[in-house]
Write a protein that binds this ligand. Structure first.
Ligand code: ATP
Length: 234
């Protein structure tokens, strides 16, 4: 579904991603792991169109989207939930959810999806008319992911969904992500919390200093403590 070939991302003189190639098949959950500053966020920012690719190609469902505008990638079904639970703190929970569906033209379907997330996360219904900034960290992450899903993506890129959350909340978030995979959503999940991500992933890639260092089944990473230590510091 997603193929990245020879991707390079630079910020001025700093090259954050060099010659990265990876793929995610339809229905797969793939983990992209690596230490701070490895280039994971820059990789998915290039896939979602938030930063330009200086070299390489990004193919989504066989179509070259390397030069396609970010919003048009969402229209094609490629959506990102950025790092840091970026909800619009001053907008209400309901407004945040509706914004996620801004590109859709099927009000019935939007209303159904909205109901589904309010059912799934009762706190979002309770706080529907309150500013999203009043939610706890875990609740904001649920809202951020739900908002992304309101666009009805075919593939979701999730950047560090567990960042800064308490362990029980992290477990809930990953259970939710596992449920999305069972429903058939294709996912690329960036994580520093390697163990959680590897429990759910079909395959994993490890990046460090802007390049890919490993690709393969998650079991090999969990078994091989040396590799985990080397690249994830865990
Ligand atoms: P983290 O987990 O900390 O987000 P990461 O693996 O996602 O790490 P990136 O955020 O992609 O890594 O950063 C890769 C490199 O690019 C780092 O050296 C970082 O300092 C640099 N970088 C990222 N964004 C910018 C930017 N907007 N301007 C300049 N340098 C940047």
């Amino acid at each position: 579904m997603l193929t990245i070939e020879g991707l390079r991302v630079s910020y001025g003189a700093i090259t954050a991603v060099r010659d990265v190639s990876l793929s995610v098949g339809e229905g797969e959950l793939v983990a992209l792991l690596g230490p701070n500053g490895a280039g994971k966020t820059s990789t998915i920012a290039a896939v979602s169109g938030l930063v330009p690719a200086q070299a390489g190609r990004i193919l989504f469902n066989g179509e070259d989207v390397t030069r396609v505008q970010a919003e048009d990638r969402i229209r094609r079904g490629l959506t990102v939930t950025p790092e840091g639970r970026r909800v619009f703190a001053n907008l209400t929970v309901g407004e945040n959810l509706r914004l996620g569906a801004a590109i859709r033209r099927d009000p019935r379907g939007v209303a159904d999806d909205l109901e589904r997330f309010l059912e799934l996360f009762p706190v979002l219904r309770e706080r529907y008319a309150q500013p999203a900034g009043t939610l706890s960290g875990g609740e904001q992450q649920m809202l951020a992911i739900s908002r992304s899903l309101m666009s009805r993506p075919k593939m979701l890129l999730l950047d560090e969904p567990s960042l800064g959350l308490a362990p029980q909340i992290v477990a809930r978030i990953f259970d939710f992500i596992g449920g999305l995979k069972r429903e058939g959503l294709t996912l690329l999940v960036v994580e520093q919390n390697a163990e959680q991500a590897l429990r759910f992933a079909d395959r994993a890639y490890v990046m460090s200093s802007g390049t890919l260092r490993y690709s393969g089944p998650p079991g090999d990473l969990l078994d091989d403590h040396g590799l985990l230590k080397l690249y994830i510091g865990g």
